[in-house]
Design a protein around this ligand. Structure first.
Ligand SMILES: C[S@@+](CC[C@H](N)C(=O)[O-])C[C@H]1O[C@@H](n2cnc3c(N)ncnc32)[C@H](O)[C@@H]1O
Length: 227
């Protein structure tokens, strides 16, 4: 797989060591004290939206997959990530559900079969290079994979116009310099615009520096088979 250096940088930080620290540093410390969106809001987002056939893109440690109240005893879960360490960590964590794993760059068409009742993009967009308009290609790749009554949901950390404390600004600047985040120009308005251009039913909310979204009824047609 050949890859742009910026795309590579957005996933390179996820090693076995950093993944061990992720839950407490990102989901515990940073969400509450820096981004001002306590993780409970993101758990609620999952709880409201996960379906019996779920696609998770950008899986990290699999924390939300592990804690979600699944609507079926054995949900059919597919994990997509560019990073083998993230995929392995999340798959191990929810081994009880025997998830399928797919190594793929979400900025390219996804090699998975459609018909998902839910698709999650949790804290993925701020890792991707470019503007929100460019990152929104992920919505184009994911939307045709939704079942007709399916939902695409997720969250992303904003920079553009989001209110942030000095420590939050400093850490975000550092992450952007290293390429861990690429959200310098990401605004809530741009995200809403890109979602509303693709889905008939869009709900968004900003909590602290985090945008949460839920989108249904894509304007594009569903794609049940990978082609
Ligand atoms: C910040 S973690 C998010 C983890 C989890 N979804 C959460 O909400 O906490 C971002 C994940 O996206 C993955 N990722 C980054 N760039 C990607 C890309 N271009 N394609 C697929 N996955 C990518 C990373 O490897 C990492 O596992």
């Amino acid at each position: 797989m050949t890859m742009d250096a910026d795309v590579e940088a957005g996933q390179a930080i996820y090693t076995p060591a950093t993944l061990k620290a992720y839950d407490w540093f990102v989901l515990g410390f940073s969400n509450r004290l820096l981004w001002r969106c306590p993780t409970g809001h993101l758990r609620d987002l999952y709880a409201r939206n996960v379906g019996a056939r779920h696609l998770d893109i950008g899986v990290g440690t699999g924390y939300f997959l592990d804690t979600a109240p699944w609507p079926a005893p054995r949900p059919d879960i597919t994990l997509v990530d560019l990073n083998a360490h993230s995929l392995a960590a999340a798959a191990r964590r929810i081994a009880r559900f025997s998830p399928q794993t797919v190594t793929a760059n979400c900025l390219e068409p996804l090699p998975v079969t459609g018909g998902f009742s839910s698709i999650a993009l949790g804290y993925l967009l701020h890792c991707l290079p470019g503007s929100i308009a460019g990152k929104a290609v992920v919505f184009d790749h994911a939307a045709p994979l939704l079942a007709p009554d399916g939902v695409l949901f997720g969250a992303t950390i904003l920079q553009g116009d989001a209110p942030r404390s000095a420590p939050a600004r400093a850490l975000m600047k550092f992450y952007n310099k290293k390429g861990v985040f690429s959200n310098a120009a990401d605004t809530f308005q741009d995200l809403v615009f890109q979602l509303e251009s693709r889905f008939a039913d869009v709900m968004t909310r900003r909590i602290g520096a985090v945008a949460l979204f839920e989108a249904r009824r894509p304007f594009c047609a569903s794609r049940r088979n990978s082609d």
